[in-house]
Design a protein. Structure first.
Length: 333
């Protein structure tokens, strides 16, 4: 008589093993999720980095968005899609990713005039977007209040590393000097001045000590300012109406836009632009046409371009126009 051995007990699925989703897999899933929601011609895979904390994966995407489009709205919609898709496919907790727009890619001929916008007045403009807008404003929900605009905080990694390195080296040297004096040993590299003794016995009337003290105070004030001030003076904050989204615009980008606007004015043959935090200065040369008419049109074009940027505090325009050198020679002849 033969007996059949009992079948081994089957373990529950949760106890049979574990599945590990690597950071590389999470980053590729997030990149694919971002690309699948863009138009087919703009579906380039973004760069993605992942930082894991337990079961939470924080994703940072470096993307290229289509131009012209509602950047804040498009980015927010894609952020939510990437978070949902990545969490569903990996089983991890994925918050909405941080999006860094590296470039804008044109998806076809822009409508509405130059640079994809139609100016309807000094303070209003229309932009080409992915979805058509209805004329009836009462049909949709009211627009939320604009988020408070603030300058981004500068990381100042170079400053932090410099202070950390110098401070660590100085503290290590003083600690070793103090231990050597207490124990009666001599550190390698003697003879050298006794730093602790000189610091304790030096008078403030010594010119070298006075200069060193002033330099230390200046350095301390600079470090204090770096700690409490945001920095990034080359970026101007923009007004956005999407909660949790902040946007800034480089002053160099504003200068390029104003230069293009100036060169598009009939009569202007050369232009230089300098954009500060409070003022945008346009210096142009008029190769033909009446100077007064060119000046008026250039001023209006510059002011309209600044108002359409969406910057919280647009720089005040300053336009300086003069005749080109060949016109002065013709007038003298």
């Amino acid at each position: 008589m033969t007996t059949t051995p009992p079948a081994p007990a089957r373990l529950p699925a949760a106890e049979r093993g574990s599945t590990t989703v690597t950071d590389r897999a999470v980053s590729r899933i997030a990149a694919r999720a971002w690309a699948e929601e863009l138009p087919r011609g703009d579906a380039a895979l973004p760069s993605a980095t992942v930082v894991r904390t337990g079961r939470t994966a924080s994703v940072t995407l470096g993307v290229t968005l289509p131009y012209a489009a509602d950047l804040a709205g498009t980015a927010e919609r894609l952020r939510q899609h990437v978070a949902r898709t990545t969490a569903a496919l990996t089983g991890l907790t994925v918050p909405p990713p941080e999006v860094r727009v590296r470039a804008l890619a044109g998806s076809g001929p822009a409508t509405g005039g130059r640079l994809g916008r139609t100016r309807t007045g000094a303070g209003t403009h229309a932009c080409a977007t992915d979805a058509p807008r209805t004329a009836d404003a009462s049909a949709g929900p009211p627009e939320p209040a604009p988020a408070p605009a603030r300058r981004p905080w500068s990381p100042r990694l170079g400053t932090a590393l410099l202070v950390l390195g110098v401070g660590t080296a100085a503290c290590a040297y003083l600690l070793a000097e103090g231990v050597a004096r207490r124990t009666g040993h001599v550190l390698p590299g003697a003879p050298r001045p006794d730093v602790l003794h000189r610091v304790a016995t030096t008078s403030l009337a010594d010119p070298t000590t006075l200069v060193a003290g002033i330099a230390a105070v200046v350095l301390g004030l600079w470090l204090l300012g770096a700690a409490v001030l945001p920095g990034r003076r080359d970026r101007l904050p923009m007004t956005v109406r999407t909660t949790g989204t902040r946007a800034t615009l480089d002053r160099s980008a504003i200068a390029l836009l104003l230069r293009d606007e100036a060169l598009a004015v009939p009569g202007v043959t050369s232009a230089r632009v300098r954009v500060g935090r409070r003022r945008a200065t346009v210096r142009a040369l008029a190769g033909y046409g009446e100077l007064d008419a060119v000046q008026h049109q250039l001023t209006a074009s510059t002011g309209s371009a600044l108002e359409t940027l969406g910057v919280t505090r647009p720089p005040r325009p300053r336009v300086r126009l003069r005749a080109a050198p060949h016109r002065s020679e013709e007038a003298g002849a």
